[in-house]
Design a protein around this ligand. Structure first.
Ligand SMILES: NC(=O)c1ccc[n+]([C@@H]2O[C@H](COP(=O)([O-])OP(=O)(O)OC[C@H]3O[C@@H](n4cnc5c(N)ncnc54)[C@H](OP(=O)(O)O)[C@@H]3O)[C@@H](O)[C@H]2O)c1
Length: 168
């Protein structure tokens, strides 16, 4: 199973200024990459707080929302599904449902969970040309991990897309 972590980061490694900060600071090239990768893969896992900043399921993809208080009555099968399953159980379920890849769409707590479990295979980071100075880090409480740089591509005037493979 390919487990692809996708994130846009400021040049000082932040993914947002605060938990309710909308993704209105990322480049159109990053948004285009996110849309095309998630559509290609077909399934996206995100935390409930990140989902709340978007406010609606992304169309033509399975949106799985991690929450400790999953309410199945809000689920629209195959489109929007709330889940309290562990990362490993979720990956196994998606495999059984025929997916061979999934995007982990954040935020910090969900990125960190999947990294700690050793489930992530690839990291795609779009580095945007700004400093937040303070804010929410990409990950929190994750042990040191060595990455293997596959490519570094300038995708816009002010954006670089880094693709790493996990080595462990
Ligand atoms: N720049 C980027 O690429 C990017 C991408 C994504 C998000 N973000 C930003 O990240 C911020 C949100 O990150 P965050 O870490 O605060 O929140 P988050 O990871 O989006 O969501 C946290 C929520 O996920 C649920 N959760 C966490 N661990 C769980 C577990 N083990 N099992 C089940 N559910 C679990 C809980 O939901 P309940 O409280 O409902 O139980 C928790 O409150 C926002 O500012 C967003 O804009 C940035």
């Amino acid at each position: 199973m390919n487990v692809l972590l996708l994130a846009a980061v400021s040049a000082d490694g932040r993914i947002a200024k605060s938990a309710d900060h909308l993704a209105d600071w990322t480049s159109k090239e990053d948004k285009r990459f996110f849309v095309s990768k998630t559509k290609e893969v077909g399934a996206l896992i995100m935390g409930r707080k990140t989902y709340d900043t978007i406010g609606r399921p992304l169309p033509n993809r399975l949106n799985m929302i991690m929450t400790r208080e999953a309410d199945a009555s809000k689920n629209v099968q195959g489109e929007l599904e709330y889940t309290s399953k562990s990362p490993r159980e979720l990956i196994d379920e998606l495999k059984e449902r025929g997916y061979d890849s999934v995007v982990i769409g954040g935020g910090t707590s969900i990125y960190s969970l999947f990294l700690k479990e050793g489930l992530v295979t690839d990291l795609y980071l779009t580095v945007e040309s700004l400093l937040f100075g303070s804010g929410i880090p990409l990950v929190d409480g994750v042990p040191q991990l060595i990455l293997d740089l596959q490519s570094a591509e300038k995708i816009g005037e002010q954006s670089v897309l880094l693709h790493y493979k996990m080595t462990q």
